[in-house]
Design a protein around this ligand. Structure first.
Ligand code: GLY
Length: 458
């Protein structure tokens, strides 16, 4: 956790930007897996975490937006709690650690929230909806439709800009990713299962105090974008795509992808596809700067991918025209990246478009481009992922071919000769600086030479 002044300062700035009413931040309760006392690993709501610091269940944050006064609602541990879970801090100690007043959660009723406007963020868990309904005297439907657009906008504006202390924590999360990724490259061998490699990766994460920031993608079938199946036996000649992220003990996260050959050596076709994806990432990194719309960065990467696809004979004609038409998106159906911070898709619970778009930049409806989560102009302090890829998805290629979709640009015979190739994605986490961007964390092998050197002869 940061010092109490960090949370007081965040809340003061939020209150100043809104100026009236009460803001409520419901923290998470434990989520039962299969019966009441057997929980999923606890994961705090990230806006509560940002303004009220604690990653513990059963707390609610309250902020008077006129005076800036804050309260932490919760319960003191009972003797029974202590018997089962050991000594716990009192509510007063928790409140003091974040510069707030302690209050018993039972007092948080309609009267306590006051007659003034109560602002809250969109609740995305059923138990939070019910709790808010109870506290505010509303129906669950009223709660779901009643989130405050002004609070959402103010929180997005604030959480989008990462300060120096947050960047340090994000670097820590990427350090854990470094260990996870270099381990995957070292321990992958033909004959092992994806599950065994995953176990080694998770071991490195756990021993560093990390948790996964999303379900790990680690597969020789990398063309499935979110492939969480780990049942394949790894074979020489295949590529392994590994996309994973860690939650550092502070709650800040990472999200990194590397793709490498099982044999430790890229063959000719793997090399050509990989170099194209790497060039797209480098092109994107070279144009990221304050004021640049991320929608434009996505297109810079797309044009580089289209050039590479033309060189491979998969696309034909003019690469820029093919990119403008969206033909390359058959092979990169996702967006170039997203905001990252306390969430891996940062603040997505507040609304994807409210985080990534604004009045100036609206989401495209073109296939591929419409999956871009972040389109608006970049600002110093934004942290985001840069993750171009190329994938050969059999069903998608077959579907487009059946419709002769963009056949002026796509040579479907050549594309089909890549079926079984899998997919390549390369992803780093960057902070936008005053003049460009900086890749976070220690360098994780990325060029072909770096990857092959780490993997060695096998
Ligand atoms: N890297 C996984 C995701 O962004 O969804």
């Amino acid at each position: 956790m940061f010092p109490a002044s960090t949370y007081s300062d965040r809340r003061r700035r939020l209150a100043e930007s809104l100026g009236e009413g009460i803001a409520l931040f419901p923290g998470h309760d434990q989520a039962p897996m299969n019966y009441k006392d057997n929980y999923y690993p606890f994961h705090q709501d990230r806006s509560f975490h940002y303004y009220f610091g604690h990653s513990l269940p059963g707390l609610t944050g309250w902020l008077d937006l006129e005076s800036g006064k804050a309260r932490l609602y919760g319960y003191d541990p009972t003797l029974d709690d202590i018997v089962w879970t050991g000594p716990q801090p009192s509510l007063a100690e928790l409140a003091e650690a974040i510069g707030a007043e302690p209050r018993d959660a039972q007092e948080l009723t309609g009267d306590e929230t006051g007659s003034s406007r109560v602002h809250y963020l969109p609740p995305y868990r059923g138990d939070t909806v019910l709790r808010l309904a109870d506290q505010l005297g509303l129906t669950p439907e009223e709660v779901k439709s009643g989130a405050s657009a002004r609070l959402i906008a103010a929180v997005v504006a604030q959480r989008s800009i990462k300060d120096a202390a947050e960047l340090e924590e994000l670097e820590r999360a990427v350090e854990i990713s470094w260990a996870m990724h270099t381990t995957a490259m070292k321990v992958t061998r033909a004959g092992r299962s994806e599950q065994e490699v995953l176990a080694d990766v998770l071991h490195e994460m756990n021993r560093r105090g990390g948790q996964t920031s999303f379900a790990v993608i680690l597969s020789v079938r990398g063309e499935t974008l979110h492939n969480h199946h780990h049942g394949n036996i790894i074979e020489d000649g295949q590529l392994l795509l590994h996309d994973s992220g860690a939650v550092a003990p502070s709650g800040y996260v990472s999200d990194i992808t590397r793709t490498f050959p099982v044999s430790g050596r890229f063959d000719g076709r793997q090399r050509a596809v990989y170099e194209t994806v790497l060039a797209a990432q480098q092109a994107a990194l070279s144009v990221i700067a304050p004021g640049v719309p991320y929608a434009d960065v996505h297109r810079v990467a797309g044009r580089t991918l289209a050039e590479g696809l033309v060189a491979l004979g998969i696309l034909r004609g003019n690469a820029d025209e093919a990119e403008a038409a969206g033909a390359h998106a058959l092979f990169m159906p996702h967006g170039l990246g997203h905001m990252m911070g306390l969430d891996v898709h940062d603040m997505e619970a507040l609304g994807e478009d409210r985080v990534g778009y604004d009045e100036e930049f609206q989401r495209s409806d073109q296939f591929g481009r419409r999956s871009l989560r972040l389109g608006r102009r970049l600002q110093p302090g934004f942290v985001l992922t840069v993750e171009p890829g190329l994938y050969f998805v059999p069903d998608l290629i077959a579907g487009w071919r059946a419709e002769s979709r963009m056949s002026e640009y796509i040579d479907y015979d050549v594309a089909e000769s890549f079926l079984g190739f899998g997919g390549v994605r390369i992803e780093d986490d960057v902070v936008v600086t005053e003049s460009g961007c900086r890749v976070l964390g220690p360098a994780i092998p990325k060029t072909i030479d770096e990857v092959e050197a780490l993997m060695g002869d096998r």
